[in-house]
Design a binder for this molecule. Structure first.
Ligand code: WTA
Length: 657
């Protein structure tokens, strides 16, 4: 398999970068972290949890008597927003900047910790005024503006549960998530600025709510960002800025149980229906703040931290909305795209705010790499001292470029592996300690136990690929799938009883360093975004032209994987169709409308048949061979072995898009 061959190249990686003595001497993380976690894992996590403020201390660390349903710090009580805001103001850091906001058009706003607390208290009062009670769900569908973070913090402050839906999702995707969670309130904006223009968000909310489609929703709070025209429903809609003017800025944060639900975040799985991943309060914040501090070597009084993730993804939850604030750090948030007004924008922001810790995705790094060093070299990036990568495997070439061009050959790179489900970073080097190799995520962070297993559940040992599993429960782990405990059990725990099955392939090299090998299931990773093949197939077959569809993730130089769809058209519709190029455009747009632009296939290939096994299962492996333009593998299990000849014959004749 090509993936294995690729790994063999990776395994031969001989470059290794030790930390500089100066960095090591000043580093936050000390080697004793590994020792104390090894000596007493639960005691170690209790120590981490005790760095937070507890309204009521916990006496129990972990209850794992009913796996896979874990309870961490169960009898303790805390308020997550108090931990992120009030306690820093009370400790005398009210004047420290919490957020530097950079709007895409160039407008800026600065929030100190005191300012942010003030806004969050008002927003909390607004939610209470609208009848939000602990445990109620609030959907958030926002651009990357400060109000998105204020909304999340306020929902958590009053003990309600947020479900943030990425602003790039369509009205249909939004509606199904609102319905599944039965959200009472939707917080949105008129729109946001992207690629140099206003991009509306409110119409998708209007469409999702039309015809009583989401009957649970009582109010829609609308932040005014672009000042574009919006349709208005006087029964449900309220302007955020008007409401925020008339509420009090006094609000006392109450303690909630450590296992009180904090948020639901939908993510793609192997079926067509997204999973509502559920996280709770105490364990999540413990691991979020511990990893944010130690993995990024955070020195809160000096560092300017910038994570480019949107709050619509888990990275924007843990490493924008919660971890950095829990640690009292100063961070930058940016609304727009990296190419507006030109590809210098990110580097300009780093120069302007003296960003010292920068966390982004390999896709972005590869895009810049393609453009060449010139784009970056005009800017002073000397403030950078730690670089992070997340979301997909980073290839050694991109890693080296990141190190040399962005990190001046000096800043340590932390390649962090984790998932929506794990809630926080699980595998990463620790700057100042770990010798890093380009492309390796290196080691489990202290307190995390993992194993790489073969089909039969036995550890594979160094040098062999296998399934990545987590062997012991961890504080930020998902507590379930919203309304679907069976799916939670089946998806993550049945494959290797007692262990969490991550769905990723991995391998230890002979030095014991870990390499991620990509997904082992039907989940694709496009530009660091998780998408399921089944979800896109069902969007395709919902179009009247399409009889059958099979989707695969094909290797792509920039986006990691790209979506390639093989479709069989309905013969009854063939007369209505134009050229294949027209059909392809219609179907690509259809998927974008059904799911969101991130799911738009790169390529649509019209075929007359799909390769299937005798039991009717589509052999995606063969389609992936075609999509990646290499000889087709073993076809002996196909019902009709001539199918692949027809498909490849067609591709070779140049009929594909
Ligand atoms: C992939 C994002 C290799 C992996 C935080 C995982 C990675 C999925 C890395 C989770 C990494 C994430 N190296 N692969 N450093 N980080 N992944 O839920 O396949 O959006 O299962 O969480 O991204 O994606 P999710």
């Amino acid at each position: 398999m090509s993936q294995n061959q690729e790994f063999e190249n990776l395994a031969n990686e001989t470059r290794s970068f030790p930390p500089t003595p100066a960095f090591t001497n000043a580093a936050i993380a000390k080697p004793e972290l590994y020792e104390s976690a090894r000596a007493d894992r639960l005691g170690f996590w209790a120590d981490q949890a005790n760095q937070l403020h507890w309204h009521k201390s916990f006496t129990k660390v972990l209850d794992w008597s009913n796996p896979p349903f874990a309870k961490w710090f169960e009898d303790g009580e805390l308020n997550i927003s108090y931990n992120c805001l009030d306690r820093h103001v009370e400790a005398g850091f009210g004047k420290r900047v919490a957020l530097f906001f950079e709007g895409e058009p160039g407008d800026t706003k600065v929030f100190t910790y005191r300012d942010l607390l003030n806004e969050v208290k008002k927003a909390a009062n607004l939610l209470l005024k609208l009848g939000v009670s602990p445990g109620d769900r609030v959907a958030i569908y926002m651009p990357m503006i400060p109000e998105a973070i204020i909304a999340m913090q306020a929902v958590a402050r009053v003990g309600a549960v947020h479900s943030v839906i990425f602003g790039g999702f369509s009205a249909d995707s939004l509606a199904s998530r609102i319905q599944d969670a039965e959200a009472k309130i939707v917080i949105t904006a008129d729109g946001g600025f992207r690629k140099g223009k206003a991009s509306a968000l409110k119409p998708a909310v209007d469409e999702a709510l039309a015809n009583q489609n989401c009957p649970s929703v009582e109010h829609v709070l609308v932040v005014q960002r672009t000042k574009g025209e919006v349709a208005w429903n006087p029964v449900t809609d309220l302007w955020w800025h008007e409401e925020m003017q008339v509420v009090s800025n006094q609000h006392e944060a109450l303690g909630f149980g450590a296992e009180h639900p904090l948020f639901i975040l939908y993510t793609s799985g192997t079926t067509g229906k997204p999973k509502g991943i559920m996280h709770t309060t105490g364990g999540y914040l413990t691991q979020a703040s511990y990893t944010h501090k130690n993995v990024f070597d955070l020195q809160p009084a000096q560092d300017i931290y910038w994570c480019t993730a949107d709050v619509g993804w888990i990275t924007g939850h843990t490493y924008v909305a919660y971890g950095p604030l829990a640690n009292g750090s100063t961070q930058v948030i940016y609304e727009g795209t990296p190419d507006t007004p030109d590809w210098g924008r990110w580097w300009d922001i780093i120069q302007k705010y003296h960003v010292s810790i920068f966390y982004t995705a390999p896709t972005a790094i590869r895009s810049f790499m393609k453009l060449g060093r010139k784009v970056v070299q005009h800017y002073d990036l000397s403030s950078i001292r730690v670089l992070g990568s997340v979301g997909e495997p980073i290839n050694p070439e991109a890693w080296m470029w990141y190190r040399e061009v962005i990190g001046s050959n000096l800043a340590p790179i932390v390649d962090t592996w984790w998932q929506t489900e794990t809630g926080a970073i699980m595998i990463s080097p620790l700057p100042g300690i770990t010798h890093t190799k380009p492309g390796s995520a290196q080691v489990a962070v202290p307190g995390i136990e993992l194993a790489i297993l073969d089909e039969a559940g036995a550890p594979v040992g160094p040098g062999h690929g296998g399934y990545l599993t987590i062997s012991e429960p961890w504080p930020a782990m998902l507590r379930g799938i919203w309304k679907d405990p069976e799916r939670f059990q089946e998806t993550y725990w049945d494959r290797f009883p007692g262990s969490y099955f991550a769905g990723d392939g991995a391998k230890f090299d002979l030095d014991g360093d870990l390499w991620l090998l990509g997904r082992v299931d039907d989940v694709m990773n496009v530009s660091g975004h998780r998408l399921s093949t089944a979800e896109i197939e069902s969007a395709l077959v919902s179009h009247p032209f399409v009889a059958e569809a099979a989707v695969v993730g094909a290797k792509d130089e920039t986006t990691g994987q790209a979506i390639v769809a093989f479709v069989i058209l309905r013969s009854s519709q063939l007369n209505d169709l134009g050229s294949e190029a027209d059909t392809s455009k219609i179907l690509r747009d259809h998927v974008a409308k059904e799911i969101g632009a991130i799911a738009r296939p790169r390529t649509i290939i019209v075929v007359s048949e799909l390769p299937k096994t005798r039991s009717g299962k589509i052999m995606r492996r063969l389609l992936r061979d075609v999509a990646e333009d290499r000889p087709v593998g073993d076809i002996t299990t196909l019902t009709d072995t001539s199918v692949m000849d027809t498909i490849t014959g067609k591709i070779n004749a140049g009929h594909s898009e």
